[in-house]
Design a protein around this ligand. Structure first.
Ligand code: ASP
Length: 323
């Protein structure tokens, strides 16, 4: 009896040993995207994941875990096993701003291991075509003339599209209503269909619809025009100086993920960002790839901390409520 028990226990240990000895990655990796499929964060995850597969030799799956401005998906990733098989893709909204708005059960900085900064993107102020304004000044006049009547789509409280629109309101003194979605993919569909009036949208999301003439763009929140959309003025040029937002996206793993696993994942991101196909896709969407020296885990850690220091006082002063 004891002999059989011992034999079983030893067989179990041998199995565990074999599993531990498996080189990473030995099965598919899941990237949790905290917004809807078809939106900008999702698009970045899919382009990146597809190319990371070539380096890692394993499929990179995207799981959309949406709701509450991305906090539900980020919480899921924070609680996942730190084994390199569940990762968190997010941005300035989900991994910085939300910490100043929501009572989170995890620590945005200390419960994650940075892997790499992936891309940066300005926001683009866009409206449906039948809004009468033809430029940003006219849009602000129109918003002033219709207080509380305009519907702006967002990806939920704290998302890029939300806090950027709050920032626009503060800078101009205009008031409009927010319509929350689970991501700006569905918000953009409703804008094209004329169900909502405007979005302060991530440029990569709106770009194709602006270029196709389906919606109108007024400005990008950067100090330089986008090479993919040279006709769209910067906010400084369009009459709203200082309205600058760089929505950067990055990849993290749960705290405690082994160093060698982080190094493999970082190398796969670096490979992907150096791939001309990825580069062309990103540039066409107005996404900027960080310089090579900023693609390290250490650089992301430092940037993340600096952005928390910069944005938390601003967001807390804006007194944005989670509900
Ligand atoms: N990144 C978008 C936002 O924060 C949401 C999305 O990816 O769908 O507004």
């Amino acid at each position: 009896m004891l002999g059989r028990f011992l034999a079983g226990a030893l067989a179990g240990l041998a199995g565990l040993g074999a599993a531990l000895a498996q080189p990473y990655p030995s099965r598919p990796i899941t990237v949790i995207v905290p917004f809807s499929a078809g939106g900008p964060t999702d698009a970045i995850a899919r382009t990146l994941g597809e190319r990371m597969r070539a380096s890692l030799g394993q499929t990179v799956l995207v799981e959309n875990v949406t709701g509450a401005g991305g906090t539900i998906g980020v919480a899921r990733a924070a609680q996942a096993a730190p084994d390199g098989y569940t990762l968190s893709l997010g941005h300035l909204g989900t991994h910085v701003v939300n910490g100043a708005i929501y009572p989170l059960k995890f620590d945005l900085l200390n419960d994650f291991e940075p892997i790499a900064l992936v891309a940066s993107n300005p926001m683009m102020v866009v409206s449906k075509n039948d809004v009468p304004a033809k430029n940003l000044r006219e849009l602000i006049e129109w918003l002033k003339a219709n207080p509380g009547e305009v519907a702006a789509g967002t990806a939920g409280i704290g998302s890029g599209s939300h806090f950027s629109a709050v920032y626009l309101q503060k800078l101009t003194g205009v008031a409009f209503n927010f319509v929350p979605y689970r991501g700006t993919g569905p918000a953009l569909q409703d804008l094209v269909a004329g169900q909502i009036d405007m979005i302060v949208d991530q440029a990569s999301n709106s770009m194709a619809q602006v270029q196709g003439g389906k919606i109108r763009a007024y400005a990008v929140t950067a100090d330089k025009r986008l090479s993919a959309a040279p006709d769209i003025p910067t906010s400084d040029e369009a009459g709203l100086p200082g309205f600058h937002i760089s929505l950067w996206t990055a990849l993290w793993a749960p705290k405690g993920t082994p160093r060698d696993v982080i190094a493999k994942l970082n190398a796969a991101v670096v490979d992907a960002l150096a791939d001309p196909t990825v580069g062309q896709r990103f540039v066409a969407a107005g996404l900027e790839i960080p310089p090579r020296q900023q693609q390290t885990p250490e650089a992301l850690g430092a940037h993340h901390r600096a952005e928390i220091d910069k944005w938390w006082p601003i967001i807390k002063a804006a007194n944005i409520k989670a509900e």
